[in-house]
Design a protein around this ligand. Structure first.
Ligand code: PDD
Length: 286
C-alpha cells in the first residue's frame, strides 16, 4: 500500500495525471527515508530537509511536520515487512497545460511509496565497491533534493555499464559528491569530506558519520578536496540512506589505497551499525 494525495491505495490503483508537473518538468522534491524495525531513521532531519527543498523551489509545504510524521507512521504500519525504504515526493501538481511558470492554485501531488529496504550485505561491505569518476555536470543547486535526476540517472548508468556501483564527481578540479551519495576520503588517518554548500546534497548519513567521528574522536575535516587528493587517498567511502557507509576500493580501474576496504571505513561502518542498533532496535509503537 502506498499513500497518494490523501489516500492509501495499492500500487496498481495509484494514478497520477499525465500533466503532473513532476512528470513534465521534474518540478518537485523528494526524500528517501530508511526504516529499521519499523522505526524511521532520523525522521525529523529528513522532514527538515524536505521543508528546505520545498522552500527553495517556492512550493508551499502541504503538511506540518507532525502530519508528515503521522502519514509516514501510517504507511510504515501498513506494510508487512519491517525494514523499509520510504520514498516520498511532492510535486507542484497537475495543470491543464504545459506552461513553465508556476500555475495559480494547483494542489501539490504527494506520494509516499515504501519498498523493502535493501542495504549492502555484510559481504559487499567487506569487499567494497568500485566507482568511476566524471565531471559534475549538474546545476548549481545540488543542495535541493530535486526530482530532476537525469544527470544522476546517466552517471549511475555509466557506472553500471563499467561494472561499478557509483560515480564520483568533480567540479573545477574539486570533489563534490557521488551521483546518489556523499563521499569521504581518508589520508594518513584523517577523514575529510566536502563542506555543505550549494554543490552537494546535505546528506543525513553524512551528518551521522560526522557526529560518530566526533563521538569517537576520529579526526574529520569538512573542507574542499582536490581531485589529486581523491586519486591519492588511502580510503574512499560513499554514504547514503540506502548504502550506509560503503568503502570504494577502485576508482576508474585504479586501486584506492591498497585496494581493500580500509580500517577507518570498517571502523565507521561498525559505529554506524551500533548506532543503528541502539537507536532503531527499540520497541516499536507502530
Ligand atoms: N540519494 N548526494 C546525493 C546526490 C544523493 O542523491 C544522496 C541520496 C546523498 C545521500 O543523502 P542521504 O544520506 O540523506 O541518503 C547524497 C538517495 C538515497 C536516492 O536518491 O535514492
Amino acid at each position: 500500500m502506498l499513500y497518494l494525495n490523501g489516500q492509501f491505495v495499492r500500487i496498481e490503483d495509484a494514478k497520477i495525471s499525465a500533466l503532473d508537473r513532476g512528470c513534465l518538468f521534474g518540478d518537485g522534491v523528494y526524500e528517501v527515508i530508511p526504516v529499521y524495525s519499523r522505526q524511521p531513521f532520523r525522521l525529523a532531519e529528513h522532514i527538515r530537509r524536505l521543508e528546505a527543498s520545498l522552500a527553495a523551489i517556492g512550493l508551499s509545504n502541504p503538511h506540518h511536520a507532525e502530519e508528515w510524521m503521522a502519514l509516514i507512521a501510517q504507511v510504515i504500519s501498513l506494510q508487512d515487512y519491517e525494514d523499509q525504504s520510504i520514498y516520498l515526493h511532492v510535486t507542484r501538481g497537475a495543470t491543464g497545460e504545459r506552461d513553465f511558470p508556476f500555475p495559480a492554485n494547483t494542489t501539490p501531488t504527494v506520494l509516499i511509496n515504501p519498498t523493502p529496504l535493501v542495504v549492502p550485505s555484510a559481504e559487499v561491505k567487506a569487499t567494497g565497491v568500485r566507482a568511476i569518476s566524471h565531471a559534475d555536470f549538474r546545476w548549481l543547486r545540488c543542495d535541493i533534493k530535486s526530482l530532476n535526476l537525469l544527470p544522476a540517472v546517466l552517471l549511475r548508468q555509466a557506472a553500471k555499464q563499467a561494472g561499478c556501483a557509483e560515480c564520483v564527481m568533480f567540479r573545477n578540479g574539486m570533489l563534490t559528491e557521488g551521483a546518489a551519495s556523499n563521499i569521504f576520503v581518508v589520508k594518513n588517518g584523517i577523514i575529510a569530506t566536502p563542506p555543505k554548500d550549494h554543490l552537494i546534497l546535505p546528506g543525513i548519513t553524512y551528518d551521522v558519520v560526522i557526529e560518530l567521528a566526533q563521538q569517537h574522536q576520529l579526526p574529520l575535516e569538512a573542507r574542499r578536496i582536490s581531485e589529486a587528493e581523491v586519486r591519492s587517498a588511502d580510503e574512499l567511502w560513499m554514504t547514503s540512506s540506502t548504502k550506509e557507509v560503503l568503502g570504494i576500493i577502485e576508482l576508474d580501474g585504479k586501486p584506492v589505497g591498497n585496494g581493500c576496504v580500509g580500517p577507518l571505513a570498517r571502523q565507521m561502518d561498525s559505529y554506524y551499525y551500533e548506532f543503528k542498533q541502539s537507536i532503531m532496535r527499540k520497541p516499536t509503537s507502530c
